[in-house]
Design a protein around this ligand. Structure first.
Ligand code: NAD
Length: 260
């Protein structure tokens, strides 16, 4: 379905971004990976994805908190593949602390990585998408783009902002073949969430399994984690022709979290 298209997925060396990159590659899209990690492991990941899905896989290690590095990454993608057809803004970090204790440098980093990076990639990807009259912009927001939780001020503010950016992008592209939407996952068991499971286990004297269960049941009615594979399938659907009139949506996949 996506043969000949190029997908750039920020933060795709791990977790949800990797799940989405795999799902798009399975449909034939060439990949531009991005994210941090061990250089040898990333080279292996590139080779494995290329072999498994018979697509071309490039990598750029740009730091999403640095606009100049984002510009260089977008130029790298254009030089390698001609243009980016599918842009998945997924890179993100979390920090949990009360407002009055929230480190200001963490606030700045979360806003830069979880929100401003999507502004930069989007503004740089749009001209070629418009010229081709086809594009898909998928922003990995969160259920925290729809509702708040205590102790997550920067994350909740960034994710609400990302949904706002998604809506503006959708309006500005509404009469074109470019669509923009946000995906809003609930809990997904990735390294980002494992840290919160570990913190809860230490705080409450729980085993790892007990801490997972407690974390889930506090917010996510299904009591089950969402998976990167399920999120990948949703991203593929948004890229399909059936998705062409889904514009400016903030689509939650959250085990019922936001229904409460
Ligand atoms: P993760 O920690 O497994 O992966 C994050 C990815 O982003 C990694 O590849 C990491 O290297 C990359 N990254 C981090 N900082 C970066 C930077 N400065 N520049 C470039 N890359 C950077 O996390 P995840 O859970 O897969 O999260 C992915 C996205 O999904 C995030 O935006 C997160 O907010 C969102 N999300 C996660 C959950 C969840 O439960 N895990 C729920 C809702 C939304």
């Amino acid at each position: 379905m996506l043969q000949g298209k190029t997908a750039l997925v920020t933060g795709s060396t791990s977790g949800i971004g990797l799940g989405i990159a795999r799902a798009l590659a399975q449909q034939g899209a060439n990949l531009m990976l991005n994210g941090f990690g061990d250089a040898a492991e990333i080279a292996q990941l590139q080779a494995d994805l290329a072999a498994e899905f018979k697509v071309q896989v490039e990598y750029d290690g740009a730091d999403m908190s640095q606009p100049a590095q984002i510009e260089a990454m977008m130029a790298h993608a254009a030089a390698r593949f001609g243009r980016v057809d599918i842009l998945v803004n997924n890179a993100g970090i979390q920090h949990v602390a009360a407002l009055e204790d929230f480190p200001t440098e963490k606030w700045d980093a979360i806003l830069a990585i979880n929100l401003s990076s999507a502004f930069h990639t989007t503004r740089l990807a749009l001209p070629a998408m418009r010229a081709a009259n086809w594009g898909r912009i998928i922003n990995l927001a969160s259920v925290h783009g729809l509702v708040a939780s205590a102790q997550k001020s920067a994350y909740v503010a960034a994710k609400h902002g990302l949904i706002g950016l998604t809506k503006v992008t959708a309006l500005e592209t509404a009469q074109s073949g470019v669509t923009a939407n946000a995906i809003c996952p609930g809990w997904v068991l990735t390294p980002l969430v494992q840290k919160q499971v570990d913190a809860r286990a230490a705080r409450d004297g729980l085993s790892g399994e007990e801490a997972k269960r407690a974390l889930l049941l506090e917010k996510q009615p299904s009591g089950e984690f969402v998976t990167p594979e399920q999120l990948g399938a949703l991203a593929v659907f948004l890229c399909s022709d059936a998705g062409s009139q889904i514009r400016g949506a903030a689509w939650n996949m959250d085990g019922g979290w936001a229904a409460q």
